[in-house]
Ligand binder design. Structure first.
Ligand SMILES: *[C@@H]1O[C@H](CO)[C@@H](O)[C@H](O)[C@H]1NC(C)=O
Ligand SMILES: [Zn+2]
Ligand SMILES: [Zn+2]
Length: 606
């Protein structure tokens, strides 16, 4: 049978029998004497044995050398990647800049790159600055879903743990986890947050606050203002979200109570800035004094595509970034420790939720500019540092192609159509609402149609071929479909850009860094919590000690008093009991048939 054939090829024949040869080989390998006939051996025999022994020894030497060489070269390779000091830890004074492009997936980059090449007449090898610093990818699932939200995503970065969607730096058992920013602050670093959304929104919140649910933004504002078990932990905050800091007796408040958090922040030392003039008074950071709280919008700062024509009202992400870096650099000039800052391109995510490709390409370009500003800072600043940039997840299931008809699709998408728009769908929708309830309220419908067609579609969005049906649905909207989604879909279809959801998706997202030598642990494909581990490791922080402190600290109330009669973690807010599944994945229960827009109740979450 074939299986019983010898596995090794037969040896070349010699003048001696192969049986004796095999016995001798055994003896050489085992050291045992070969039972052999007592007979005289000739010179030729011993010469052969010697040659054979030498061949074996030589083979062993070659193998040993090869193994040693491989080991050494692997070690050498590792060393060249690991730029960190002895003991595998970074040494010396250093700064860490962590950037989050909320909701930016790989397709956001492709779409924006092509959009920019097309609209600015650049060559096909012209890339974004980010493209030139790509070092890896991140897997984004949370503890209770393959599709994370921003809260669980940012908790992975801030605490280095997986938690459930909606968790603001609390673990699946609803206990608080220490964050890299808190640990940095306790270790003597200056700390900062720069965002384009509300400062109480999930991503910034996860670095400085703890809450069982992201919607407890009033409590998050309190913690940011310094009502925190560890006291004030953040030195610089810039972004939107003023409404959660103003008492509900004030215009522009969205708080549920009449507490004045601006006053609380001021009492805790914050210098408060509330508008563009306040921002400009910082003179790029040279006039800034820490701690600093800059709330430059009631809610979110407008999308870049809309902000650029209101530059006198709102600073850009790049401006805030440059000012914050200068401020923190100056503030740490003579200290032993540098700074940690989290900078977020927050609204890339919102453009994804809105399925608005125009808003998104401008958000990504604005983020790329901020990233370039950080690189420039790192190059010029005398303190070494690193910037790591990643996303918490992708939003929208964006696709740079779209089948519009039943017939087989064309292979293309049309960036020029996005270039015609001057504003976002959000902007056009706000203008439509204002017109319909204000100036145009009593207009004849034909005049209202003309306003929609001329002003909103042609002038603002660059759509010159709207059908009567499209105009009609904007004038008499389907109650289940918000009109900003109609505007966004009109833009997307014309550019042949596809979206699979108004929510998030599970695709891996990119990791970027100023230098793969400094950020070597993040090269390749990683779980998102490893990014959190990197942040703590780079600054050599003991985040676990902060967790211990938060979990064992006396029962804590908003005013900082001990409250022995309260439940231990009541300051984290109601976990909403059994409604929140914090671990394990949901399973199929026929949702595709029964789920309607009314049942979902998930519209407001990002
Ligand atoms: C304002 O806050 C107070 C408590 O601080 C509360 O009783 C009241 O209902 C709030 N009003 C609104 C409109 O939210
Ligand atoms: Zn997000
Ligand atoms: Zn989102």
């Amino acid at each position: 049978m074939a299986l019983e054939e010898p596995l090794l090829a037969p040896r070349p024949s010699s003048e001696r029998s192969s049986i004796r040869y095999a016995e001798e080989e055994d003896a050489l390998l085992t050291g045992e004497r070969t039972p052999r006939r007592e007979s005289r051996r000739g010179w030729g025999f011993w010469r052969e044995v010697g040659a054979f022994a030498w061949a074996i020894i030589a083979t062993i030497i070659v193998i040993v050398l090869a193994v040693v060489y491989q080991h050494e070269s692997a070690k050498g390779h590792h060393d060249s990647r690991n730029n960190w000091g002895p003991g595998g830890k970074p040494t010396g004074k250093r700064n860490l800049i962590f950037m989050v492009s909320d909701g930016m997936g790989p397709t956001s980059l492709s779409m924006t790159r092509s959009f920019r090449q097309h609209t600015e007449g650049l060559p096909i090898d012209d890339t974004l600055i980010l493209d030139q610093h790509h070092i890896g990818t991140s897997r984004t699932r949370s503890s209770n879903s393959l599709v994370t939200d921003s809260a669980a995503g940012a908790t992975a970065f801030s605490c280095g743990f997986k938690s459930y969607n909606e968790a603001i730096s609390v673990l699946p058992d609803h206990s608080p986890c220490g964050t890299v920013l808190e640990a940095a602050s306790l270790a003597g670093y200056k700390t900062g947050l720069v965002v384009t959304t509300r400062l109480t929104d999930a991503t910034p919140a996860c670095f400085v606050a703890h809450a069982n649910l992201r919607r407890y933004e009033d409590s998050i504002a309190e913690q940011e203002a310094g009502e925190h078990p560890l006291g004030r932990v953040v030195d610089l905050m810039m972004g939107g979200g003023r409404c959660h800091f103003l008492p509900n007796t004030t215009d522009g408040s969205c708080r549920g109570d009449d507490r004045d958090l601006v006053e609380v922040a001021s009492k805790n030392g914050f210098n408060y800035l509330q508008d563009r003039a306040g921002f400009d008074s910082l003179k790029g950071g040279s006039e800034a004094k820490l701690p600093l709280l800059g709330l430059f919008a009631g809610g979110d700062i407008p999308y870049e595509v809309d902000r650029r024509s209101q530059n006198d009202k709102y600073p850009s992400l790049e401006e805030m970034t440059r000012t914050a870096l200068t401020t923190l650099s100056e503030a740490t000039r003579d200290s032993e420790q540098g700074f940690f800052i989290m900078i977020e391109g927050s609204r890339i995510d919102h453009a994804g939720h809105g399925n608005d490709p125009v808003a998104q390409v401008h958000e990504v370009i604005a983020y790329d500019r901020a990233f370039a500003a950080v690189l420039e800072f790192l190059e010029k600043d005398s303190t070494p540092g690193v910037v790591v940039s990643t996303s918490d997840h992708e939003t929208g299931g964006l696709s740079a192609a779209r089948q519009l008809h039943k017939s087989y699709p064309e292979y293309l998408w049309l960036p020029g159509e996005l270039g015609k728009a001057k504003h976002s769908s959000e902007y056009a929708y706000a203008k439509l609402k204002e017109y319909i309830s204000g100036a145009g309220k009593d207009d004849h419908e034909s005049k209202q149609r003309a306003y929609i067609r001329k002003t909103l579609l042609e002038e603002d969005l660059g759509i010159t071929d709207a059908t009567d049906d499209e105009v009609e649905i904007l004038l008499h909207p389907d109650p289940q479909v918000s009109s900003d989604h109609v505007f966004a879909d009109m833009l997307s279809r014309r550019a042949q850009i596809g979206w699979s959801t108004h929510g998030h998706s599970a695709v891996d997202v990119n990791i970027y860094a100023s230098s793969s030598q400094d950020a070597w642990p993040l090269m390749g494909n990683h779980e998102n919590i490893e990014i959190g581990h990197f942040l703590a490791d780079y600054l050599d922080l003991d985040v676990a000690a902060v967790t211990k402190r938060l979990q064992s600290s006396s029962y804590w109330t908003a005013s900082g008093e001990e409250a022995v009669d309260q439940e231990k973690y009541s300051w984290l807010g109601d976990p909403l009991g059994s409604k929140v599944r914090t671990e394990g994945l949901d399973t199929y229960h026929g949702d595709f048939r029964k789920r309607s827009i009314d049942e979902c109740g998930c519209g407001g979450l990002h």
